[in-house]
Design a protein around this ligand. Sequence first.
Ligand code: ZN
Length: 343
Amino acid sequence: MAQRIKTTISGSLPKPAWLAEPEKLWAPWQLQGEALQQAKADAMRLAVDDQLRAGITVIGDGEQTRQHFVTTFIEHLSGVDFINRKTVRIRNRYDADVPVVVDRVARARPVFVEDAKRLRSLTNQPIKFTLPGPMTMIDTLFDNYYKSREKLAWAFAEILNEEAKELAAAGVDIVQFDEPAFNVFFDEVRDWGVKTLERAAQGLECKTAVHICYGYGIEANIKWKQGLGDEWRQYEHVFPLLAESLINQVSLECQNSRVPMELIALLKGKDVLVGAIDVATQQIETPEAVASVLRRALQYANVEHVQACTNCGLVTLPREVASAKLAALAAGAELLSEELGLR
Ligand SMILES: [Zn+2]
């Protein structure tokens, strides 16, 4: 008898208004110094509490200690100038002020390991910790040193691997790398994208995941999606490569998306984190809508390999909306678990 369907979030949750400006990407912090450190720790406790109360089973930190899922990690590295930023176009979609690579990149000290220890102390349930993937990192900065996307990706992969190993040692059960760039740069994914991802995940003693989505619910992404046609087959390029890789889990976007569900059959043997919560709308999914997406996924993947997840991070949503969506996610997974007689 298979276990009940697990639930998890892809990464971010909204931050309290006393920590950062709500419903905004790259929202500035509202506090400084020691007060900011305490506020981040408090916010992580609330994020964990929200997930536990909703009935989520694999718990994340809600990315409460980072301003952004990519740039915050980069800002902790040497070789990167984060004061004199440059404007770049991210994944060919929208402009952002990003740090500049000015020298060989290196990780002088752990970036999120203290956060991971804190998360570990807050729950006995399995915990997942997110890091940006190498390709998405290089796409979120300006490179004035390596002058080669591939070389820089390999450099980041080594740094990520050091960080990921320390996260695992701190008690993290799953390290997830976020690679939305995998949905855009298919030739690079084939040539070195998956290889650099595997380098980042090499030798880890915990499970590994990769999250590939169609982005946050911001206007630039919504417009991009409108131009992708009736069927989104981007995953078809990437999934066969991931099926051959050492990565254990793949998190993808399904709810309200035009991704043909049969593409998950390409991930044979992997855990599939089925996106059953749309992050681009404030409308709360019903448990039945969540269950319905999962039911469709079960046509192409074994139940032991299916988990219920969000399409992407919830950071840009109001807190009460995010909480209600988490509850719907857990209720939908329960509904289906009951229906299937899972224990
Ligand atoms: Zn995402």
